[in-house]
Design a protein around this ligand. Structure first.
Ligand SMILES: NC(=O)c1ccc[n+]([C@@H]2O[C@H](COP(=O)([O-])OP(=O)(O)OC[C@H]3O[C@@H](n4cnc5c(N)ncnc54)[C@H](O)[C@@H]3O)[C@@H](O)[C@H]2O)c1
Length: 265
């Protein structure tokens, strides 16, 4: 294979341009999904936001349309094969291609490991691991036919490091998502599909409100973040746009911490 030709100045300036791209964001009504949608739309992508409950997507869809982009809200449970396939089919019927997938759907229930109800453990495994795999698989099938695509999974610093806060299931699922990302990246490199993962530290969102209101837990979290603050959803925007764009064409199988330095030391 010969080396690609050098980029022109015009191409370099457009490395982050997503005009004409179609991005699906699972968990699109959530905080990180919403931030990802805003970032991708600002760079020109049309946005498909999915969640189990369609009414939760209306505000995000209206905001994206307000930015002058197309927005398609679709109800989809990422743990259900029929629902996920129907979502992909609907996107293809509407747009005819899928360029970007960001898998933000997930749950994070916590219990002490010794008391963790197995039904809860399985629920978290299904939502975070099976749900990520199923959406990547069904969108991946389209991207394989296209011969290109960008998949961004959402891991966590809990996928690298243990924590006393009851993350036996959540941390396990995020470690699995990190490795799933590497596995898919190696299988699908030949189709020019980039598969990368963003691993955030704790964000200020309702998902983590309970943790951040517990002074003792909050201290533990903050003492582990060299930057000295929790993340905000907008911290996701740059990394999501970068991994969705031509600027990251030679990056695949990476797990990118967005964590104020949490996993650096
Ligand atoms: N908030 C944080 O501090 C933090 C830190 C690290 C990683 N993450 C990860 O980022 C992702 C998004 O988190 P968030 O803070 O935006 O959470 P959020 O609760 O605001 O959003 C998650 C969304 O996923 C949806 N969802 C859950 N199960 C689903 C299913 N089966 N099918 C479809 N949708 C489903 C929920 O309805 C919700 O809208 C999650 O994977 C989470 O684990 C979050």
């Amino acid at each position: 294979m010969s080396a690609p030709e050098a980029l022109t100045q015009e191409q370099i300036k457009k490395l982050y341009d997503l005009t004409g791209k179609v991005a699906i964001i699972t968990g699109g009504a959530g905080f990180l999904g919403h931030a990802s949608a805003r970032g991708l739309a600002a760079h020109g992508a049309d946005i498909v936001v999915t969640s189990r409950n369609i009414s939760s997507l209306e505000a995000v869809a209206a905001e994206i349309e307000g930015l002058g982009r197309k927005a398609l809200p679709i109800a989809c449970d990422v743990t259900n094969e029929e629902s996920t396939q129907a979502m992909v089919d609907k996107v293809m019927a509407e747009f005819g291609h899928i360029d970007i997938l960001v898998t933000c759907a997930g749950i994070a229930n916590r219990f002490p490991a010794e008391e963790f109800p197995i039904s809860e453990f399985e629920k978290i495994m299904t939502a975070n691991v099976t749900g990520t795999f199923l959406s990547a698989q069904r969108v991946g099938q389209v991207m394989i036919k296209q011969g290109h695509g960008k998949i961004i999974t959402i891991g966590s610093v809990r996928g690298y490091l243990g924590h006393p806060g009851g993350y036996a299931a959540y941390g396990t699922t995020k470690g699995a998502v990190h490795l799933m990302t590497k596995q898919l990246s190696t299988e699908w490199a030949k189709y020019h599909i980039n598969v990368n993962c963003i691993a955030p530290c704790i964000f200020w969102t309702p998902l983590t409100q309970q943790v951040l209101e517990d002074e003792k837990l909050k201290q533990i979290f903050m003492s582990r973040i060299p930057w000295g603050r929790a993340a905000i959803p907008d911290d996701m925007i740059g990394p999501v746009v970068f991994l969705s764009s031509a600027a990251s064409d030679f990056i695949t199988g990476a797990v990118l911490p967005v964590d104020g330095g949490s996993v650096a030391g």
